[in-house]
Ligand binder design. Structure first.
Ligand code: PHB
Length: 389
């Protein structure tokens, strides 16, 4: 028997290596360990993914691969030290067959070494820095990457006479990805990012950067901020009169987040964004998903919810293939999965373990008194451009 009590890290680490040999294979129950920010600044991500996981289980039952599935949800408050500790406890004490969740990039990065040491598949349902899938061969992603959505928006901007751009991103991994890939494509198309601004991940103040945007007077402001910050940003953008000053706002869909869109007011109308999911995506599969989600939760699903829902699909179908076994067999069974998500058709790239998906260009419109991201253009089957560079 492995002694798995909360001792020093060294004991836990050697236990991690042993777990990888398949300690959970004999049991009738498989456990999935989900780590999410249920509290703190990123709590909306936790609330959305938690609701989506519960919807998946309500619709698909609690059995996969002939075993009973138990989902354990832990709150890391989006603090990477807590993520690491919880991942370790879930692997060593609970012997989970897979880890999942991960609201922000630093959390996913903190847990990746534990996935490697214990050979536990780690499904990233939210975080979106390109390099996360390279942090461990056990990482598989059902969210998206910032390069994946930023390049298409730069193309749209260039095609629509936007030449001089200021960018504004959150000052960490996904922000750097958005800033770099957007700027490179704009430059390639003959335009330019004339100023690159960044705001802190925690408690950002948008007033000083918005003043700089005003002074620079670009054709457009390109923005990436993590889910949860969009409404506060949009309010200040309007209050400072940037919309009236003729500065066009374009953004990744994280900013016109379906979770907050209706709180943003009319200043959001007309904002063009690019993303992999809109609650208004006009497919029968999405209509079914949104209706069931709203009936269960009384709020609208956003892209985080879809990452969680599809992540559960990935794990369930993987377990069906392995008959409940984890480790290398389960990662292999996740690679190459092709399915219809509420967002459209998706493929888990067998080489990169990242998601290949359509990216949509959308515009915020008011319909029946509610704001929606209405898709008007599609870039088919986009692979993460951040890989192999
Ligand atoms: C991330 O930290 O990777 C992240 C979080 C929220 C987003 C996008 C990326 O909306």
């Amino acid at each position: 028997m492995i002694n798995t009590t909360k001792r020093v890290t060294l004991t836990a680490m050697s236990a991690l290596a042993l777990i990888g040999s398949g300690a959970h294979a004999q049991s009738d129950t498989v456990k999935i360990g989900v780590i999410l920010p249920m509290t703190g600044q990123q709590a909306s991500t936790g609330r959305q993914i938690d609701a989506a996981i519960k919807l998946w289980v309500a619709q698909n039952g609690n059995k996969a691969g002939g075993k009973k599935v138990e989902v354990i949800i832990k709150d890391d408050g989006s603090l990477p030290d807590a993520t690491r500790r919880l991942a370790q406890e879930l692997v060593v004490n609970d012997k989970v067959v897979a880890l999942a969740g991960f609201g922000i990039t630093p959390s996913a990065m903190a847990a990746a070494p534990i996935a490697t040491q214990s050979k536990t598949p780690l499904v990233v349902m939210a975080a979106a820095t390109s390099s996360i899938t390279e942090a461990s061969p056990y990482v598989v992603r059902t969210s998206f990457t910032l390069p994946q959505v930023s390049v298409g928006l730069a193309e749209w901007a260039s095609a629509n006479k936007i030449k001089k751009v200021v960018s504004l991103v959150a000052d960490y991994g996904p922000g750097y990805d958005a800033e770099k890939f957007f700027a490179e494509r704009i430059l390639f198309n003959g335009g330019q990012v004339i100023e690159k601004l960044r705001t802190p991940l925690r408690a950002p103040d948008f007033a000083p950067v918005l003043q700089k945007v005003r002074d620079a007077n670009p054709d457009a402001l390109f923005v990436f901020l993590p889910s949860g910050q969009g409404a506060a940003f949009m309010k200040q953008f309007g209050e400072r009169g940037l919309d009236k000053a003729g500065i066009r706002l374009i953004a990744t869909g994280d900013v016109t987040d379906d979770d907050q869109l209706n709180d943003m007011g009319d200043v959001a109308i007309g904002v063009v964004s690019s993303h992999h999911y809109s609650a208004a995506h006009p497919s029968p599969a999405n209509k079914k998903f949104v209706e069931a989600f709203q009936a269960a939760n009384k709020f609208r699903p956003n892209f985080m919810a879809v990452g969680g829902y599809d992540g559960m699909r990935l794990i369930y179908k993987g377990l069906d293939t392995t008959k409940g076994a984890g480790g290398d067999a389960l990662v292999t069974a996740m690679k190459g999965q092709l399915f219809e998500s509420p967002r459209g058709q998706v493929l888990i790239d067998a080489q990169t373990r990242d998601i290949i998906q359509d990216v949509y260009i959308r515009k915020v419109e008011k319909k029946d008194g509610q704001l929606w991201n209405i898709e008007f253009d599609t870039i088919k089957s986009v692979k993460d451009p951040g890989k192999n560079r």
